[in-house]
Design a protein around this ligand. Structure first.
Ligand code: COI
Length: 358
């Protein structure tokens, strides 16, 4: 175990919880924050001891703080749910997030947080704020770990100081409705050799303007295509994408520009174990549109932590709209969604050891 965990973690609790002010039956995504957060500073060439403190402002930022200028920042998204059979709180595949945060850090020139330190911080803050885990169907405690360059310096170089933070928020569904996507042949989310395969904050910033154009055209999100030819679909920015065509499932293979989603990986495994064929390959826009035209595009959905499985209702491409079959007909992915949500809530057996109990 990393040296910084040898002493018990310092915990400063809030004098009064804000929980009584929260309407758990009506929580928007990402606007309500739990009582505590983890903070850990990187200084003098090493990560210092983590602390848990009341959720609040990060007061050591100045206008010259490096992340505000050059965006050296990475994050993760994960969820905790209540076990339906005990008082435990269940974390879904948290080490995977710890590993991905590590990989993101390496790519962005940030000193990585060891996965065991990440796990200890995570478990402590979830334990402390366990009352904030919603007991409402479709809701969860969303957990947002992140790291940013915290140097009071505006030269373009990797920072010498960083902050690692974990805060949590009770959330309802990210997309409470099926989503309409517009295929982009102009803008690019990621490029070979770029940062598309890690969770760099800037990846998301770059999508906001194109997404606003999609919105103006009546679509909720962009379905990104590859940066070289705009020929192959990549992901939907907030989630990976999967198709069911003529009975088989397809998803873009991880080629360095697509985020290696933990939900993506889990859904592939659940589908395969349910006897379905899942093919990870380059999926061309042409084959998706042709499948629609010849009636073999049976299902299309996004997969992600915040999104879980989010159905796509429409695809916009070159001025045409292609509507997908009604959700009721998409029985296989519905079964997989029920299975995955069941495992997350202790309703279904955790046969893959995906769950960490707190
Ligand atoms: C997640 O699914 O947790 C993500 O990080 C996507 C997000 C930008 C909402």
């Amino acid at each position: 175990m990393a040296d910084i965990l040898k002493r018990p973690m310092s915990i400063k609790q809030v004098p009064h919880s804000r929980i009584a002010t929260v309407d758990f039956n009506n929580i928007p995504f990402g606007r309500v924050f739990s009582d505590h957060m983890v903070v850990m500073d990187y200084e003098d060439g090493e990560w210092q001891a983590p602390q848990i403190i009341p959720y609040g402002n990060l007061t050591d930022m100045t206008p010259g703080t490096s992340v505000l200028h050059y965006g050296q920042a990475i994050f993760e998204g994960m969820k905790a749910n209540r076990d339906e059979n005990s008082d435990d709180v269940l974390l879904f595949r948290p080490e995977e997030n710890g590993k991905r945060l590590y990989d993101s850090a390496v790519r962005m020139g940030i000193p990585p947080v060891p996965v065991d330190v990440f796990m200890e911080c995570l478990k402590e803050v979830v334990k402390l704020d366990r009352q904030w885990v919603p007991d409402v169907p479709e809701s969860a405690l969303y957990i947002r770990p992140f790291i940013y360059g915290n140097d009071p310096f505006i030269g373009v170089k990797a920072a010498q100081r960083y902050k690692f933070v974990i805060f949590t928020c009770p959330v309802g569904p990210y997309y409470p409705y099926p989503v309409k996507v517009l295929i982009s042949e102009k803008y690019v989310r990621a490029f070979p050799g770029g940062t598309g395969a890690v969770k760099a904050a800037g990846n998301y910033a770059a999508t906001l303007y194109p997404a606003s154009i999609a919105k103006a055209e009546g679509y909720d999100q962009i379905l990104w295509t590859d940066g070289l030819e705009h020929k192959y679909v990549e992901e939907i920015g907030t989630m990976n994408v999967m198709f069911q065509i003529d009975g088989k499932f397809y998803t873009p293979k991880l080629d360095g520009t697509i985020l290696p989603g933990i939900t993506r990986k889990s859904v592939i495994q659940l589908l395969r174990d349910a006897g379905q064929e899942v093919i990870e390959k380059k999926v061309s826009v042409e084959e998706v549109i042709n499948a629609h035209k010849n009636g073999t595009l049976q299902d299309m959905f996004g997969v992600g932590t915040a999104a879980t499985i989010t159905y796509i209702s429409d695809i916009g491409f070159r001025g045409e709209n292609y509507s997908l079959p009604p959700i009721e007909e998409r029985t296989i992915s519905q079964g997989i969604k029920a299975e995955m949500e069941g495992i997350k809530r202790g309703r279904k057996e955790d046969r893959y050891n995906w769950i960490t109990r707190v």
